[in-house]
Unconditional design. Structure first.
Lengths: 115, 111
């Protein structure tokens, strides 16, 4: 157990629908990062939050949004889902806000299948 | 999106052979981290390199940061089946790269 909790582990939904992925960071970590990993592909950075504030944006589609709550858990909202959104979505956390001087701790991921 | 190239993309080795993956950047890096992702698993932090020319070892794994801090390598001596997975580098600079990962090298070890 890495200490980063992601729910749900699996999600199957239809095109056009909206889903919410949840992440609880490791205790003490203030930063949360969201990554998308398509089948046998690399890790694409989506967005980062630090202590409730959006800190950095990557290749996040306009149909996707995220937020970090006062208790530091984060949610990634994916709407108007398309078949191509099927992927593994990872959440990672760290203590620092930028120029990470220690590693990211990843959760086990949410596997999203859009049918 | 922005990516850092790792070579090779795939590597199949016989158990006991050595393995090396390289991570190359066009810009000078502040530091670089390495991660391992087992099949069906999540990336796990292995190590961070900060200094020019730095070399760190973890048992059979040797990590190196280039003198110009533009490239890095991970070398595994005498691979074992437990080494199977994808190895990612994660370079950091204050400008060009932020929170990105390399394209990864998938290692398969044949027993």
């Amino acid at each position: 157990d890495s200490g980063v909790t992601q729910t749900p582990k699996h999600l199957i939904t239809a095109t056009g629908q909206r889903v919410t992925l949840r992440c609880s960071p490791r205790s003490g970590d203030l930063s949360v990062y969201w990554y998308q990993q398509s089948l046998d592909q690399g890790l694409q950075f989506l967005i980062q939050y630090y202590n409730g504030e959006e800190r950095a944006k990557g290749n996040i589609l306009e149909r996707f949004s995220a937020q970090q709550f006062p208790d530091l858990h984060s949610e990634l909202n994916l709407s108007s889902l398309e078949l191509g959104d099927s992927a593994l979505y990872f959440c990672a956390s760290s203590v620092e806000g930028s120029l990470i001087s220690s590693g990211y701790t990843f959760g086990s991921g949410t596997r999203l299948t859009v049918v | 999106g922005q990516q850092v190239m790792q070579i090779p993309q795939y590597q199949h080795v016989q158990e006991g052979e050595d393995f090396t993956t390289y991570c190359n950047s066009s810009t000078t890096l502040s530091n670089i981290q390495w991660y391992k992702q087992r099949p069906g698993g999540h990336p796990v932090f292995l190590i961070q390199l900060v200094k020019s020319g730095e070399v760190k070892k973890q048992k059979r794994l040797t990590f190196q940061f280039g003198e110009a801090k533009k490239n890095s390598s991970l070398h595994i001596t005498a691979t074992q089946t437990t080494d199977v997975g994808t190895y990612f580098c994660a370079p950091t600079t204050s400008g060009t790269y932020k929170y990105i990962f390399g394209t990864g090298t998938r290692l398969k070890v044949l027993a």
